[in-house]
Each structure stands twice: as C-alpha cells, then as structure tokens.
Ligand binder design. Structure first.
Ligand SMILES: C[C@@H](O)[C@H](NC(=O)OP(=O)(O)OC[C@H]1O[C@@H](n2cnc3c(N)ncnc32)[C@H](O)[C@@H]1O)C(=O)O
Ligand SMILES: Nc1ncnc2c1ncn2[C@@H]1O[C@H](COP(=O)(O)OP(=O)(O)OP(=O)(O)O)[C@@H](O)[C@H]1O
Ligand SMILES: [Fe+2]
Length: 561
C-alpha cells in the first residue's frame, strides 16, 4: 500500500508518500516563518494556500517517478489513498489542507483518510520503534500530553493544564525579542547557562507552565543572564515532563516509552527521558527529527494503517475539527492490547519485587515512580532516591520539600478524619520516612464503586481541612485488610503518598485534585463511568458542591492554545 499524506495544521505545509511494503517515506515540506511575533492565523492560512499545492505536486511527482505514471501495474493511480490532518490546529489552515486532500482523492479516484494530528505524532514513534504498546509522550508546540492505549482508545493519562510546551517556550523568546520558533534558540543559549530556581508544577500526571513562564520573564526583566534563564527553563520544564512520563510508566506497568512532537527535537529533553528509562529498565524511542516536527510523513504512515483497516471517510463526512482530541478517535488499526494493565494484587507497585501474592510483603522492596518502599514487618521505609535525569539542585529541593510535605500532611489528614499511616520517623537530609504499613493492596487492584465513593468522601474531608493531596491516584490509596475492616465498619481506605500535597483554600486546587483522581481511573479502569460517578457522589455527600462545578471547567481547560 502507498499513501499520500497532507499536513498543514499550523506552520508546516507538507506532503509525503509512504510506501508500506518498503517502509520508506519521502517528505516535501515548506515552513511558514513569521517576520515578527508568533504564528498569525491569517498569514499561516495564506502560506498554506500558496504552498500546499506545490508540496502535493512535488510528492506526487516523486510517486510517479518511483512507481510509474499510473502505478506499478500500469493502470492504477500512483497511490492507494490520500490522508490529511483533520485536526487539531488552526481552522483556516485545516480547511485549505482538507479541500486540497478531497480534490486530490477525487481526481485520483482513491479513498480519503482523516487523521488526528496528535495521534500521528505518536504512532510514528511506535511505528519506527516497533514497540507494541508504549506510553506516548507528545511534546509539541500547541500540546503536551501523555497517552496510553486502553480498550480501543488512546486515553489521556496526563496533560498540560494551560499552554502547550512549545508555545510556552516561544512566549518567553518573544518576550526577549527573538524570532519564532523560540525552542531551538533556548536550546542554543542554554549551553552557556547556570541553574536558577524557577517554579515546578506537576499535579499527578498533569502539569502547567504558566507559573514558570511568568517567573522566567520576570527573572529576565530583573537582569538574570538570558543564558541562565534558558538553561533553567529547560531543566525545570523537561524534568516536569520526564517526571510525569515516569509516573505514567509506573502507573500502567509499561516498560516502553515513545516521544513525539516538535519540542522532542531538543537534545536535553531526549537525554532526560533516555536516562529516566535506563534507570528503570524501560526502552525509549524518539524518531529522527524529520518525523518529530510537524510533517506529512507521520500523516501518511498513520493514514496507511487506517486505510488498511478500512477506516476511510466519505468526502461529505470529512469536516475538519480544530479541537480534535486524541481520545475521541476510535482506534481501528490496532488489536486489543492495552498499555494500561491493572496492577496485580501484590501491592500494585512496579514489579513489587519479592512481595508475596496477598501484598503482605515481608522484607520486600516496592517501587513507586518517585521512591523505593522497603517493607520491614509492620513498618515501611520510603526513600526518595536521587534522580539522575534532574539537575542536582532541583533534585535536592524536590526530594527535601516532598519529604517534609508528606510527613506533615499525613498527620494533618488523619486529624481531618482521613485514615493514613502513622509516621514513625522523618530523615529530611536522607529524604526518608518510616511509617506504619497499612492495607493489603493498592486500590488499583481492588477498585469498586463503593470504594471509589469512599475516596470521594476522603478527598472532600481533606479539602474541607484545606489540604490538597496533589497526586490522588488509585495507586495512592491502600485497601484495608480483614483486621482493619473489623476494627472499623467502613472497611478502611488509607490515603498515602502526600509528597505533592500542599495547603490551599482555593476551589480550583480542590477541583484539580478530583480531576487527577478521575483521570487515574479513566486511564486504567475498564468501566470508568460508574466509578467516576461514584467518586462524585461521595464528594457531594461530604464536600462543597462548588468544587464539582469547578471540576467541569478544569476538564475543558486550555488543551489547544
Ligand atoms: C496542532 C499542531 O499544529 C501543533 N504543531 C506544532 O506545534 O508544531 P511542532 O513541529 O510539533 O512543534 C513546534 C514547536 O517545537 C519547538 N521546538 C522546535 N525545536 C525545538 C528545540 N530544539 N527545543 C525546544 N523546542 C523546539 C518550537 O519552538 C515550536 O514551539 C501541535 O502538534 O501541537
Ligand atoms: N504505608 C504504606 N503501607 C503499605 N504500602 C505502602 C505504604 N506506603 C507505600 N506503600 C506501597 O508502595 C507503593 C509506592 O509508594 P508511594 O506511592 O508512596 O511511592 P511513590 O514513589 O511516591 O509513588 P508514585 O509517585 O508512583 O505515586 C504504593 O503504591 C504502595 O503499594
Ligand atoms: Fe504537531
């Protein structure tokens, strides 16, 4: 099968021919380079209008040369299908691409395939790596998210709560007066920079860039050398992405990671992800740069997989969608394998090395994304080990602050009526906590609507006491055993791992906490709807209804800016 792909969601007018038998891709691209400022939608659309016909003609010319005027067999078109980026992206650009693709498919008499641009960024990595079911990190201009395949769809495991990662970097370089795109200039200047402290914001597997970008601009305005700001921006922003990618690998029990998107051309980001994967024994793949930035090669490759599965679209149904989300796409081209296996009953953590089947892990070492947890009889010792991918200063700060926060909030939560393990000892310089062993397995291994409801109640109690958990997932709740159930009628559910927690009286922070918990259910459970409804019932019964209202707003926030 041979497919001609067309791309033009924002800045890159591109056409490509993918030959599936030879696994070869020929890409013709023409980038739009704004004279000043960022991407202007009208100028970008004008660029598409001029360039799309040209790049299509060049790609077709290549196909004719390679495969003969009428294809190999002498009587057919040179390609078997035309695939195009249907969204997300800038409406005026998408419309031009779609019009050209429809006309071409009609002229050649071949089917049309409508491709989700974000899935193309990730499928190209899976295709090139030959991985089966990896966690996918997309680091592009307008987006940043983690996806895992589960039950016929790519689920969003985590994402930016405000701007895309490339757009965030570009905003800083515009402030400094550098031309678009800013990412490569940040990378160059970072080579001569030194570390300065900037905000670092992750919430479960979600993250946000607005705080760090404001701080970076303010630092520059205050006279901090621009090289230092660039260096530190990279160290913070990419460490955030690496941390959430590691958490996604840990939560889903996956040992393959692929990277996609234009920011993935940055060597420091790739180095951090590579180092994180090596430390935990996972495989990492980032495709070559021509497949990372926007390009039609990735559209043609995914288009071919879709066409082979019969997933084509009639012209009258081929409307573009500027807000097309990756989790909206029914995945027709993959079989049933899932990234997100529900962890085994044995504690639920990575491998649970040495733990026995019922999770009563005498002497065993468990491993979360951040820490190792050593079980010593009725006690566990949790150590936040240094992360080699992080800058040493950032690493030391995060390990210290999280250890202190966890000890403080475990006690505060218990006072607020939420069961937590008792802290026995805190060693701040060693980033180590000794605490009571609780529960017999993680909630991920024993999730029921009743338990989901109880977690909703727990979160409401925490929030009423001004506590934000910061990372409430089904792995950070432990399910009480028989003894604990007998001792308390409610069958205890213990909240653990308050390392990302903080005190706050903002409804927004509480809604975000609920969002993180619901996302952890949606990413891994087979019947998420009833479980999510149960969480919200529990929350409503105990907590402030304004938080549930705000949750609806959080869910739709800032995904394609
Ligand atoms: C919807 C679609 O139009 C959009 N495309 C897009 O954002 O173009 P992409 O090629 O994936 O990424 C461009 C971004 O990638 C950044 N970038 C390029 N080279 C970089 C580098 N060496 N370091 C950091 N950022 C870099 C640029 O600054 C720019 O923000 C998207 O995929 O989100
Ligand atoms: N007090 C405890 N009692 C019993 N098991 C525990 C306790 N604390 C941690 N564990 C086990 O160890 C695992 C990892 O612990 P924890 O979540 O605190 O580490 P982490 O590295 O911060 O994890 P992550 O960042 O992946 O959520 C938990 O999922 C749980 O199975
Ligand atoms: Fe892109």
């Amino acid at each position: 099968m041979r497919v001609l792909g067309v791309e033009g969601t924002a800045w890159c007018a591109s056409a490509a021919v993918f030959d599936a038998e030879a696994d070869s891709v020929c890409i013709e691209s023409d980038p739009y380079e704004p004279d000043s400022g960022g991407i202007h939608p009208r100028e970008a659309a004008e660029h598409m209008g001029d360039s799309i016909p040209r790049v299509i003609e060049a790609a077709l010319e290549h196909a004719r040369e390679e495969y003969g005027e009428d294809g190999n067999d002498g009587d057919g078109p040179p390609v078997d299908a035309v695939a195009f980026s249907r969204g997300p992206g800038l409406g005026p650009c998408l419309r031009i691409v779609a019009t050209a693709a429809r006309a071409l498919a009609r002229t050649l008499g071949v089917p049309l395939v409508g491709v989700n641009h974000m899935l193309a960024h990730l499928e190209i990595g899976r295709h090139r790596a030959g991985f089966d079911s990896p966690v996918c990190l997309n680091a592009s201009g307008a987006n940043a998210h983690l996806l895992g395949f589960h039950d016929g769809r790519y689920r969003v495991l985590g994402e930016t709560m405000d701007t895309g990662v490339g757009n965030a970097l570009d905003k800083f370089t515009r402030h400094v007066g550098w031309s678009h795109p800013g990412g490569p200039k940040i990378e160059q200047h970072a080579r001569d920079g030194e570390f300065v402290d900037l905000p670092y914001v992750v919430k479960g597997m979600d993250f946000s860039f607005s705080g760090i970008m404001s701080a970076a601009k303010a630092a520059y305005d205050d006279g901090v050398p621009v090289e230092d700001v660039c260096f530190s921006l990279q160290e913070h922003v990419f460490a955030m992405l690496t941390e959430v990618a590691e958490r996604a690998l840990s939560l889903t029990g996956t040992d393959e990671l692929v990277l996609g998107g234009g920011v993935a051309q940055n060597a420091r980001l790739r180095e951090m992800l590579e180092s994180m994967c090596a430390e935990r024994g996972a495989d990492f793949h980032a495709p070559e740069p021509r497949f990372l930035r926007d390009n039609a090669g990735m559209i043609a490759v995914l288009g071919a997989k879709m066409a082979a599965a019969g997933d084509t679209v009639a012209v009258e149904d081929s409307a573009i969608d500027p807000d097309f989300r990756p989790d909206q796409v029914p995945v027709t081209w993959r079989s049933g394998e899932s990234v997100a296996r529900v962890p085994s009953a044995a504690g639920g953590s990575d491998e649970g090395r040495g733990s026995d089947e019922d999770g009563d892990a005498g002497g065993a070492d468990l491993r979360g994304a951040e820490a190792t947890v050593e079980v010593r009889g009725a006690e566990v010792v949790k150590r936040r080990l240094p992360k080699g991918y992080r800058h040493p200063e950032l690493d030391a700060t995060l390990r210290r602050d999280r250890t202190v926060a966890e000890a403080r909030l475990l006690a505060a939560a218990r006072e607020a009526g939420v069961p937590t393990p008792l802290v026995h000892d805190v060693d701040v310089p060693g980033a180590t906590l000794a605490m009571q062993f609780v529960g017999e397995c993680d909630l991920a291994a024993a999730l029921t609507p009743d338990r989901a409801r109880t977690v909703g109640e727990h979160l409401a109690r925490l929030h009423d006491a001004g506590i934000v958990h910061g990372d409430p997932t089904t792995r950070n709740v432990r399910v009480g055993g028989e003894d604990e159930r007998r001792a308390r009628a409610d069958g205890r559910l213990f909240c653990i791992d308050f390392g990302l927690g903080f005190s706050s009286d903002h409804v927004e922070d509480y809604a975000m906490d609920l969002h993180v918990f619901e996302q952890s259910i949606e990413g891994t459970a087979s019947d998420p709807e009833s479980l999510v409804a149960a969480v919200e019932d529990g929350y409503r019964a105990v907590g402030d209804p304004a938080v549930l209202e705000r949750l609806r707003g959080v869910e739709g926030r800032g995904r394609y800016q």
